[in-house]
Design a binder for this molecule. Structure first.
Ligand SMILES: Cc1ncc(COP(=O)(O)O)c(C=O)c1O
Length: 424
């Protein structure tokens, strides 16, 4: 009897709680309550549908992921005397062999003469951006971003209650005149840039501008957060040094990642900066995730030390170049003539601009999804909410056949809408 009574009280309690929960409005922090999911992460849910041709994500092609090499490396590491330490907690700064390979690795973009106190192992490039924002930004601080810019930065800035100030950008990259004006007008803490094969535009900042940017950062004492995950994916032209290469005053925080060249699932990248900055990022990281997976760091370090990255890039780059070219010719063939698009020298994206009156964020997007093709509408990348007439197309992840089919479908839909304006 007592048991039953208890059970009834318990059930009643649970029922009451459930009712209460349905009516509760949680008191989320000011920081989080107005945050919306990142548009691409939301589109990912749609992409779970198997028959969708996706130009939406920024994923490396599945067949570039080095399954066999990673399997071999993990098997060897876990049968060695390092196994226990690789499965244990590690230092927040990073796993020493990984940091040493990182110091070698960043020489590829001209970052030389750094020591262990200039480098931090991070759990992907995104964490580097987050940690830098955590270290530098107070509520209300201003951060300059290219317009358009990497979507997640806009999201991260909101979580730190900072304000993104858009700076003009064109095929030649960020506009230095507008940049300097905005620096003077807004007194920003930071400028965020993806200098090479940018996400979303595929644009690259040239050598002279890189030098000028380093000078501007010193002159106005602002931080440049240089996010460079695509530099290795170059299909044409010659490699460029990082802006960090020209940094004489410690104003540049360099972030890179192995997500696009080895595996995004490993969640692994590097931050390089002045030791005082690295120390602050490290303290921030202690609170975030303690340290990056030691196993991932060990695997990537082995992968680099065994010289596996260059041959893998040599194999993957022609494949990506071909996909880019297939997409470019399909756009040429199927898109309305009023569509403007660039030919990126590398990276994973093509950027398309339509006449101002065409809005690809809404009806056209729904039509595309109903015909099983996905892309990301460009407004998601604009700090000022503009860009509804632009779209980002990823070419790395669909097959060549699907690129042709998907672009033909998009071309059809776009022509239907642009025909209306050409008749007006
Ligand atoms: C410009 C840019 N920065 C950072 C990231 C995040 O990379 P990771 O997977 O290394 O966190 C991406 C991923 O798409 C990106 O495009």
């Amino acid at each position: 009897m007592l048991e039953n009574e208890n059970k009834n009280t318990n059930d009643e309690y649970i029922n009451n709680c459930e009712k209460a929960c349905q009516h509760t409005s949680y008191s989320f922090s000011d920081r989080c309550k107005n945050l919306e999911g990142n548009a691409i992460r939301e589109i990912f849910k749609l992409l779970a549908q198997p028959d969708i041709i996706s130009f939406a994500g920024g994923m490396p092609a599945g067949d570039t992921l080095p399954k066999t090499d990673i399997k071999t490396i993990i098997a060897e590491l876990l049968s060695s005397d390092k196994a226990v330490s690789l499965l244990q907690y590690g230092a927040t700064e990073g796993y020493l062999p990984y940091l040493l390979s990182g110091i070698e690795y960043v020489k590829r973009v001209g970052i030389n003469n750094i020591s262990l106190d200039h480098i931090l192992g991070i759990s992907g490039g995104q964490q580097g951006i987050d940690l830098a924002c955590k270290a530098f930004l107070n509520k209300g601080d201003k951060v300059l971003v290219e317009n358009p810019t990497y979507i997640a930065v806009l999201h991260i800035l909101k979580t730190y209650e900072a304000t993104a100030i858009p700076v003009k950008s064109s095929d030649a990259g960020i506009d230095l005149v507008d940049l300097e004006q905005k620096i003077i007008e807004h007194n920003p803490k930071m400028l965020y840039l993806v200098p090479t094969f940018s996400n979303p535009t595929g644009r690259t900042i040239d050598l002279e501008k890189r030098k000028a940017l380093a000078v501007l950062a010193s002159k106005y004492n602002i931080i440049i957060l240089e996010d460079n995950p695509y530099a290795e994916l170059r299909y044409d032209g010659t490699a460029l040094p990082a802006i960090k290469h020209f940094d004489k005053t410690g104003n540049i925080v360099y972030i890179t990642s192995f997500s696009k060249t080895i595996s995004p699932g490993m969640r692994i990248g590097l931050a390089v900066a002045d030791p005082l900055i690295i120390r602050k990022l490290t303290i921030g990281k202690q609170a975030t995730d303690v340290h990056t997976s030691t196993l991932s760091q060990a695997v990537v370090s082995e992968y680099l030390n065994r010289g596996l990255l260059s041959p893998s890039l040599e194999k993957n780059i022609p494949m990506y170049r071909k996909k880019r070219d297939v997409m470019l010719s399909a756009i040429e063939q199927h898109f309305p003539k009023c569509a403007e698009f660039n030919k990126p020298q590398g990276g994973l994206f093509i950027w398309v601009t339509l006449p101002e009156s065409i809005d690809v964020s809404n009806k056209i997007f729904t039509q595309a999804i109903s015909r099983r093709v996905a892309y990301v509408s460009g407004d998601a990348f604009h700090a000022d909410g503009s860009g509804k007439n632009t779209l980002r197309l990823n070419f790395s992840n669909a097959t060549e056949d699907n690129i042709k089919k998907g672009i033909a479908v998009l071309g059809d839909i776009l022509k239907e809408h642009t025909a209306v304006i050409s008749r007006m």
